[in-house]
Design a protein around this ligand. Structure first.
Ligand code: 5GP
Ligand code: MN
Ligand code: MN
Length: 474
């Protein structure tokens, strides 16, 4: 497999199309990352490159690994007329993403109250698999939320109007159609608004350990030792149920559309089919659900800070998803085209000047938020001008797993990890030690290496490195 990759530059490797592939694939990463790519990931990238209407090149980010049908860390763009949309290309946690808030506090301000803050956040923000909260969406409220996303939440008094400009798509997906969301998905969501979920999802209070670009950091509103809050979660049971229901529908319908699926798990439907449009409407609603959810959690976080550190002023730096399909304009063979860009475990990273960016970020590019692990670093990057051409304005979304969850459970003990991190001054609160074991820092690749590769590949640039102070894990 690896022999098929030709190194184009230090962190860019091309697989020229062959066999059923319709376009080339580009893999990003240094030699170590490329040598460790497993066969499934590579064949999944090939599968995406074999789908009808795929354009440009299929990309695999430095944190890529295998997923359900479509690789995690994979980007695939499809022609608006002849292309397909894939439920597997978005993933089970539709619009899973991260938002980071600045607080106006410095690291020192937390020294005496970090444990108290951790307890309060853990108490007020519901976390854990299937766990819901106090917000119950009755009757039409659920559909209103699915239509309005974070702007619905702000309309309900949850958050500040100025938050919206700092969210991808201004906090709302316009393709959402609540009628296309399965009833069961809606039922699962009635009591889950404002909840974190389990496993990989987290609420972390961090501090800025290093600044790499002063001008960009200033534009993003961050300085050394600043305290920030990052929230990583998605569309909870709703998105999961949408994926679960649409995947088999797409797999079953594919032959009728004349689509020969390269693998049974990579289900898709033509964008211009009823099923394709239905999924798009459901996925858009899933995106709105995730945006509303992160907005609702933000509100709870603000309340916790007001109670512990009333001088804090929590402002949204940015909110960006890493499991989506968006309609975006790119140049293909010199011609501007509207494409459907799937990013699964890949973060949108718009470059300077992009029309969708708020004025204050136009010069420097979009803030890109990358999680590392609860024991290592996380990063804030910025989008580059070149990424449009190289990776459809996308970059990595995390450190990437080196170990399956099952293997991590076998290798690590959650309570031991909590103690060990505690010795390093990192407070962990969780309802599930199993979850901590699964998300142990050593279950992930070295985030610093992933970020170096991302920067060298030219798809995003380092702005700041964050360190955890306390982490609430689902
Ligand atoms: P995913 O969306 O694939 O579940 O996770 C995104 C990334 O978040 C992972 O690749 C991992 O690097 C990072 N991550 C997982 N758990 C934590 C955590 O507790 N804290 C931080 N800062 N990052 C994490
Ligand atoms: Mn998720
Ligand atoms: Mn995620």
């Amino acid at each position: 497999n690896i022999k098929l990759l030709k190194q184009e530059s230090p962190c860019r490797w091309r697989m020229e199309k062959y066999g059923p592939m319709r376009v080339d694939a580009l893999f990003f990463g240094n030699k170590d990352i490329i040598l460790e790519l497993d066969d499934t990931t590579v064949s999944q990238v090939r599968d995406v490159a074999s789908l009808p209407g795929v354009v440009g090149q299929v990309c695999a980010m430095p944190d890529a690994h295998s997923g359900y049908g479509f690789p995690i860390g994979g980007v695939g763009a499809f022609d608006e007329k002849h292309g397909v949309i894939s439920a597997g290309g978005v993933g089970f946690d539709i619009s899973c993403g991260v938002r980071t808030l600045t607080t106006g506090l410095k690291k020192q301000d937390l020294i005496t109250c970090d444990a108290k803050l951790a307890d309060l956040l853990f108490k007020r923000i519901p976390s854990g698999a299937g766990v819901g909260g106090d917000i119950i969406l009755e009757g039409d409220q659920l559909d209103e939320m699915l239509l309005g996303g974070a702007s619905w939440a702000v309309g309900q008094g949850v958050g500040k109007p100025e938050d919206l400009g700092r969210i991808e798509g201004n906090g709302r997906n316009n393709f959402a159609d609540p009628c296309k969301v399965p009833l069961k998905a809606k039922q699962r969501m009635r009591n889950q608004m404002g909840s974190l979920g389990s496993g990989n999802h987290y609420l972390e209070v961090q501090y800025v350990e290093e600044i790499y670009d002063k001008a960009k950091a200033a534009a993003f509103g961050i300085g050394i030792d600043d305290v920030v809050v990052s929230i990583h979660c998605g569309s909870r049971g709703l998105g999961h149920q949408i994926a679960k229901d649409y995947l088999p529908m797409m797999a079953k319908a594919a032959p009728g559309f004349g689509i020969k699926l390269p693998h049974k798990d990579i289900a898709c439907a033509p964008i211009n089919s009823e099923l394709g449009r239905d999924y798009l409407g459901a996925m858009g609603a899933g995106i709105n659900c995730a945006l509303a959810n992160r907005q609702a959690i933000t509100h709870l976080v603000r309340e916790c800070f007001t109670d512990t550190l009333p001088q804090a002023d929590l402002r949204l730096l940015y909110d960006v998803s890493h499991n989506t399909c968006h309609r975006e304009e790119f140049k293909i063979n010199g011609k501007k085209k509207n494409l459907w860009v799937h990013r699964k475990g890949a973060t949108r990273a718009l470059g300077p000047g992009h029309p969708e960016l708020p004025r204050e970020f136009k010069k420097h590019g979009q803030p890109v938020i990358i999680g590392g692990s609860m024991g290592t670093a996380s990063y804030i990057l910025s989008g580059t001008k070149d990424s449009a051409e190289i990776s459809f304005s996308s970059c990595c979304h995390g450190a990437g797993r080196v170990m399956s969850r099952a293997k991590a459970r076998k290798n690590f003990k959650g309570n031991k990890i909590q103690k060990e991190l505690g010795r390093h001054g990192i407070i962990i609160r969780t309802g599930s030690f199993k979850g901590i074991a699964e998300e142990a820092p050593l279950a992930y690749k070295d985030v610093d290496m992933i970020i170096e590769s991302t920067q060298t590949a030219g798809i995003a640039e380092k702005v700041a490195r964050l360190r955890p102070i306390l982490c609430i894990k689902g």
